[in-house]
Design a binder for this molecule. Structure first.
Ligand SMILES: Cc1ncc(COP(=O)(O)O)c(C=O)c1O
Length: 477
């Protein structure tokens, strides 16, 4: 990870936080379009931008009894609640913008990879934003999405499934698409579905993860020769056939997709079998401090060009399975400083909680310090210092790999808000030692701390709230 480590950014422009913050809750009656298809959602998304009312789209008002309380930003929430435990924040307008951006710009079908954030609030908002397809990896995810969105189309994209998961997803939940990367899994699939004739079988191809921040190499995926054999075998027993790959999480260059697509072309040539679907997986990146990807439009263009250059029959479909890119910017995490010892801070969440990625790798989140309550009499200092930040559990590996540059006078009772935590943060928290945020997020109306170049802000629906001051990134290592 050495070359990918975040750059040193020490400047702090965070204005002093006013004690108290805005008061009163925001009664935010907003309209949720209900779409029957991705196509309809795309049309409605276009109308939303052009200001025209979408045709044939029923608008429903969310009943006020189920409307969550919405806060302007973290300071507003702190002023109202003074939380002792860590808190997940969710910006539903950001989620909606990301979903609509993908629906508009990806030249095919968009599946949300549920593992990135399985919060019911997230899944429901994505559904309301027009996402109709979900990449699920376990029976629990199948049950979760089927329960929340009964009309959702589920695709079981884990190459190693339990027999029970295959059986129940097929017979109880109507799942038809399954990924495999071995002949053994193909047999298992046929046995457990009693030789079903309506299976969609996707062959997972092993591709280079050389441009990924988090590599998924070496665990799943068939090499070219095996993938070609599986294509030939699966063609005889499937009603639709696909090739899927994953270029690794947080892939920092669009050419990774083009290279994987070229490899797909070689497999097709070898197998002499045309698939019905090419699934380019997830891996789409978002901005982190020191890890800012190129413009996201470039990724879409690269995929489109590479797909077209395969010269497959016109009916061949293109799919993607983004996790992180759909949810990351919508989330942030609020933690509290429990103790300061010199330049060591002890906070109430960490490696075993929602900050796993920052303890396991040098992934750095943007962070801002917030002073509230009795402490707010003295605003946070403009002087900065570096801090080693420990999580709350007994384990000494519960420490952030990246030191944080924070106001030099930060102290017990101050809060830190980590941005860009919408993906793989809540999903990975363990509850070890009794610590951890409530999984249910609190909804905020402000903007994310960082924005990914070219991604969703360019043409998506505007957020409902005022844009917050974007604070500087206060991270160093
Ligand atoms: C099969 C599959 N699809 C999609 C994803 C989502 O990837 P990302 O969050 O990088 O978009 C993953 C993540 O590991 C995955 O394993």
């Amino acid at each position: 990870m050495g070359k990918n480590t975040p750059s040193l950014i020490e400047e702090i422009t965070e204005p002093p936080i006013e004690p108290g913050g805005p008061s009163g809750t925001v009664g935010n009656a907003y309209l949720l379009p209900e779409f029957e298809s991705q196509d309809q959602a795309q049309r409605a998304s276009h109308h939303a931008r052009s200001g025209a009312a979408p045709k044939n789209v029923a608008l429903k008002t969310r009943p006020s009894a189920t409307r969550p309380q919405v806060y302007n930003d973290a300071t507003h929430y702190i002023a109202e609640t003074r939380p002792s435990n860590p808190v997940h924040f969710l910006r539903t307008h950001v989620l909606r913008g990301a979903a609509q951006w993908f629906l508009r710009h990806f030249p095919g079908t968009v599946l949300y990879a549920v593992k990135a954030n399985p919060s019911p609030a997230v899944i429901k908002e994505l559904w309301a934003s027009g996402i109709r397809h979900f990449d699920v990896a376990s029976l629990a995810e199948v049950e979760l999405v089927a329960g929340l969105c009964p009309k959702a189309k589920l695709h079981f994209m884990h190459p190693v499934k339990s027999r029970e998961a295959i059986r129940k997803s097929y017979f109880n939940y109507g799942v038809r698409d399954f990924v495999i990367d071995s002949a053994q899994e193909l047999f298992k699939l046929l046995e457990e579905t009693r030789g079903a004739k309506d299976l969609g079988i996707m062959i997972r191809l092993a591709v280079s993860n050389g441009h990924a921040f988090h590599s998924l190499d070496g665990k799943f995926g068939a090499d070219n020769r095996l993938a070609a054999e599986l294509l030939q075998q699966a063609r005889k027993v499937s009603s639709r056939l696909g090739i899927a790959f994953h270029v690794g999480q947080q892939t920092m260059h669009s050419k990774a997709y083009a290279a994987a697509m070229a490899q797909v072309g070689e497999v097709i040539k070898q197998a002499k079998v045309n698939p019905d679907i090419i699934d380019v997986g997830g891996g789409f990146p978002v901005a982190f401090p020191g890890l800012v990807p190129p413009d996201m439009h470039g990724y879409m263009n690269s995929i489109k060009e590479a797909f077209e250059s395969l010269n497959l029959p016109k009916k061949t479909k293109l799919w993607c399975e983004p996790g992180r890119a759909l949810v990351q910017e919508s989330g942030s995490l609020l933690v509290k400083v429990e103790l300061r010892k010199d330049n060591r801070l002890y906070i109430n969440d960490g490696f075993y909680g929602a900050l796993f990625d920052a303890g396991y790798s040098k992934l750095a989140y943007p962070v801002r310090a917030i002073r509230a309550g009795e402490n707010a009499n003295g605003a946070l200092s403009n002087k900065t210092a570096r801090f080693t930040v420990f999580g709350p559990t007994c384990d000494s590996i519960d420490v952030l790999k990246t030191q944080l540059v924070l106001p030099a006078d930060i102290e017990e009772g101050d809060y830190l808000e980590f941005g860009q935590t919408g993906g793989y943060a809540a999903a990975l928290q363990s509850g070890f030692n009794g610590f951890g945020a409530d999984a249910k997020p609190v909804v905020l109306r402000d903007m994310p701390m960082l924005q990914t170049p070219g991604f969703w802000q360019d043409d998506a629906v505007q957020p409902e709230g005022e844009a917050a001051e974007i604070p500087a990134t206060l991270v160093a290592f």
